[in-house]
Write a protein that binds this ligand. Structure first.
Ligand code: NAG
Ligand code: NAG
Length: 277
């Protein structure tokens, strides 16, 4: 039925469509299949598989070794492993007996995500022998966010097979695909800066209008608190003068020695004009 649909599409649609169909067929690679037929799959899961796509070209392996056993696990994201056969997404190779066991298949994919992780689950692996009620094996791969690398190290966390059912093989890996998208919005600093600039603008414009329309000021006096800011400017300038100049122009009167010049006319205080008149 699906094939029939494709054929009629090929007959009726644009050459571009045909080309797309041909390239998909030529690639011939099996991909992750979610629960449900095409179109009725979970949109969330479909979107997550899209995020995982950059990993599809890679193959990940990890070795587990102890006194009795030595296993190699090979994992691919939504592609078949070279050794595991049809739909194998994660396989275990027993390095002693060279026996290959499919742990999970990509045609039974489930995927979920959180803020900084994506959990990829392959079900439908080969059945356990005596453990776990002879159910099919299941692989779970927790991919956590690492902005620095597309493919971080792939490691095995645990094999849970002591349960009566719902056993699993658990793996973890780091990848930038699990990271939330970087928001292009502003940092706290720039938000503060913009807020401050807006407040200044409101103050200047509002003050200007008030001075002009309500108080009836003219010229420079229209600026809000003009006298205050002028005095402020003078104070700052004096401060600079005092701090930065190596050779002060006016030595403050307080530091002068007692002498005849004290009797003479006091030099005009430079900040006299700050005093209320
Ligand atoms: C995978 O590799 C093929 C060829 O090597 C390339 O054309 C394709 O774009 C790659 N896909 C991704 C998702 O990197
Ligand atoms: C997935 O593929 C395997 C191997 O071809 C098959 O046995 C199994 O039934 C498939 N699972 C589904 C849900 O189609």
């Amino acid at each position: 039925m699906f094939l029939g649909g494709r054929m009629s599409l090929a007959h009726t649609c644009l050459p571009a469509m045909l080309l797309a169909l041909v390239t998909t067929a030529a690639a011939g690679e099996k991909e992750c299949d979610l629960v449900g037929v095409k179109g009725s799959e979970s949109k969330r899961e479909v979107a997550l598989l899209k995020r995982l796509e950059p990993l599809a070209n890679y193959s990940f392996t990890t070795n587990i070794e102890n006194e009795r056993e030595q296993y190699t696990y090979t994992f691919r994201v939504c592609r078949e492993t070279p050794t595991g056969g049809e739909y194998s997404g994660l396989v275990q190779v027993d390095e002693k007996s060279k026996k290959t066991t499919v742990v999970g298949r990509i045609n039974e994919t489930h995927v979920a995500s959180g803020t900084e992780w994506i959990l990829l689950i392959y079900k439908g692996g080969e059945s356990y022998g005596s453990h776990c009620g002879n159910e099919k094996r299941k692989a779970m791969v927790m991919i956590t966010c690492n902005r620095k690398m597309l493919t971080g190290p792939f490691t095995m966390v645990a094999e849970e097979r002591e349960k009566e059912e719902e056993c699993f093989y658990l793996f973890e890996m780091e990848s930038s695909v699990a990271c939330p998208p970087v928001d292009s919005h502003l940092s706290v600093g720039s938000i503060l800066l913009i807020t401050f600039a807006s407040l200044v603008a409101v103050y200047v414009i509002g003050g200007f209008l008030y001075q002009r329309l309500v108080v009836g000021a003219k010229g420079m006096e229209q600026f809000p608190h003009f006298a205050f800011w002028q005095d402020m400017g003078n104070l700052v300038a004096d401060g600079c003068d005092f701090v930065c100049r190596s050779n002060p122009r006016n030595v403050p009167t307080a530091y002068r020695g007692v002498g005849d010049d004290q009797l003479s006319e006091e030099p005009e205080e430079r900040d006299d004009h700050l005093l209320p008149m």
